[in-house]
Design a protein around this ligand. Structure first.
Ligand SMILES: NC(=O)c1ccc[n+]([C@@H]2O[C@H](COP(=O)([O-])OP(=O)(O)OC[C@H]3O[C@@H](n4cnc5c(N)ncnc54)[C@H](OP(=O)(O)O)[C@@H]3O)[C@@H](O)[C@H]2O)c1
Length: 229
């Protein structure tokens, strides 16, 4: 299946992964139409519209209803959820990481948008991995519950579960899943590589739909990795 003119909406667009992703989507005019940045302030909306040169919707996933969110996403073919409360504040973790994701699923279902990519976190399913992690238990409870809601939907979802996000330049490489345990002492990945993996998922729904995929730095080109799933 070949993808062309795909219209992608990005929730969490102003975040670090979101900005890398929108740069890649904007530059790949062979496969993608002008993307939509879903942001939560007027300044961010102005930036994406006037300086970045793409579409932008001022829609806080925390404060908007599913109907309002659906109105923002209408007309798009695929949605990426990469928003987050930054791991802090129980209420915001609930309303952004958990209910923001759940509302996104509901909005996609209302609109008939089948394709949803969600950025979760590594080993979200495995309580023994995160239960005793300083300051991260609430965050992981929310991520795990959001993942379950996504999996229980009828959407063509892909849940990406990256390791701890790094600021460095993208390597273009990730760890094959049959060797991911080699990284267990410290799962890490550059944010730019997460963005590249999202793009490859959008380009290859045939290998990534209805799957949960762990991401860590490694030695396999991201495109090869995604195509081999
Ligand atoms: N940090 C890690 O090591 C790690 C590891 C695995 C997975 N993750 C996940 O990876 C994802 C992306 O990470 P990142 O580094 O790009 O995070 P980030 O830079 O904090 O970006 C998150 C974005 O979500 C936006 N957001 C927050 N509340 C919102 C709301 N109510 N409505 C709309 N947007 C809202 C933020 O807006 P503002 O720009 O206005 O703040 C921000 O732009 C997150 O889901 C995170 O949980 C992180």
């Amino acid at each position: 299946m070949s993808v062309s003119n795909l219209k992608v909406a990005v929730i969490g667009a102003n975040g670090k992964v979101g900005r890398f992703l929108l740069t890649q989507l904007k530059n790949d005019t062979k496969h993608f139409s002008t993307p939509l940045a879903v942001v939560r302030s007027k300044e961010q909306q102005n930036f994406f519209k006037n300086e970045f040169g793409i579409n932008a919707s001022l829609t806080s996933i925390e404060h908007s209803s599913v109907k309002e969110l659906a109105a923002a996403l209408k007309g798009y073919d695929a949605v990426v959820f990469t928003a987050g409360a930054g791991g802090k504040g129980l209420e915001r973790i609930f309303t952004v990481d958990l209910d923001g994701c759940v509302k996104t699923v509901e909005a996609c279902e209302q609109l008939g948008i089948k394709r949803l990519i969600v950025v979760s976190a590594i080993k979200a399913e495995d309580r023994s991995f995160w239960w005793n992690m300083e300051g991260l238990r609430d965050y992981y409870i929310a991520k795990r519950a959001a993942d379950h809601d996504v999996r229980n939907s009828k959407l063509d979802y892909t849940i990406l579960q990256p390791g701890f996000l790094q600021e460095g330049k993208g390597t273009g490489l990730v760890q094959p899943l049959d060797r991911i345990e080699e990284k267990k002492d410290s799962y890490k990945i550059e944010r730019e590589d997460v963005a590249s993996a999202i793009v490859q998922c959008l380009l290859h729904p045939e290998t990534t739909s209805r799957k949960t995929i762990e991401l860590a730095n490694g030695d396999q080109p991201i495109e090869t990795f995604i195509k081999s799933l």
